[in-house]
Design a protein around this ligand. Sequence first.
Ligand SMILES: Cc1ncc(COP(=O)(O)O)c(C=O)c1O
Length: 412
Amino acid sequence: MHQVAREIINWPAIREDFPILRERAHGHPLIYFDNAATSQKPRSVLDVLRRYYEHQNANVHRGLHELSSRATEAYEKSRQRVANYLGAASADEIVFTRGTTEGINLVAQAWGQKFLRAGDVILLTEMEHHSNLVPWQLLAERLGLRLRFVPVRDDGTLALDQLPSLLTPEVKLFAFTHVSNSLGTINPVAELSEQARAIGAVTLVDAAQSAGHMPIDVQKWGCDFVAFSGHKMCGPTGIGALYGRAEILDSMPPYHGGGEMIVSVTLEKSAFKKAPHRFEAGTPNIAGAIGLAAAIDYIEQIGRAAIFEHDAHLASYAIKRLEELPGMRILGPTSPRGALVGFVMEAAHPHDLTTFADQYGLALRGGHHCNQPLMRRFGLPGTTRASFYFYNTTEEVDRMTEILRDAVRFFS
Ligand SMILES: Cc1ncc(COP(=O)(O)O)c(C=O)c1O
């Protein structure tokens, strides 16, 4: 990734675009460090949603009136916007979903049911979020598949030296996260995809923690599927997208049945539209898709390389400050690292620590972060996580350190 001058961006002015950052919590200025769970939304996204409902709202695809064509045009333009953002070859490779979780379930049910047989292996990693674990467990149970896992090393990286022995010919799918939501580890997607491709396995990338934070190019990655969520990258909740390479998406049967996804229906049988509309049964989240495109516009105006640099700087600064505190254990690799820091304080359980921080207006997250197997791997009930975005500042990290220093005194 090329270096950009993080310094030339007026980050304080960017904060002004997020009305919620002026909120107070328990009488203190809000410090929002829960961005890995969901990000805040800039005014431009809020304005687009309002404008949509005031000037364009109608159902898409079926209408022969002015508002319906406005809504359809805006919805399909948003699909093209997502395709460009991911470096996809065509908008037909983008399916709108509710988010990462639905994207992965779509692949498990539509692709998995058709192409997997008893005895086949799905390769995952020990650092997967439950949403890239449970859908495969359900499918494995239904079809008699086997699950296999790339172990995580003590430093929070994947044991990639074991890949050659794990990627055997029975592996039909390798599904892995780009950035770990608990460790911050950034996995080498292109390298993993290449190794999977070499044995003929299909690849799925969970980009929930990376899509809004760093440049993504699905063609350079050489993967088959990428799932992400809009709400973690300045967009509304309830919208996300699944990228599927055209050839593979076209080979898949529908996921849900209903209106919008058919060409013709008789009482006994139906013919389905081509991808991606075949996978979007029912009235879609039109406003959400348009809001997601507005979020992409906003992010691209800043630039993903600059955002990555800003967030990486904050994460390494946070690690440096947190290491000053007694009894601190920080998980994950030092560098490169995504925009988050997971840690354990000897003196306090993550839930108690997070509740303490909340009293001072500091929003952290404490618990297993939908990573129960990973927490077990590290022998922990959970961690406390501070996760950053481009509107966060080093001053906020300093304030977090002060609050946590008080917590050490309080709980010791
Ligand atoms: C790595 C990762 N994958 C998947 C998800 C699920 O995202 P969503 O709940 O938006 O579907 C998350 C959410 O925290 C995540 O961090």
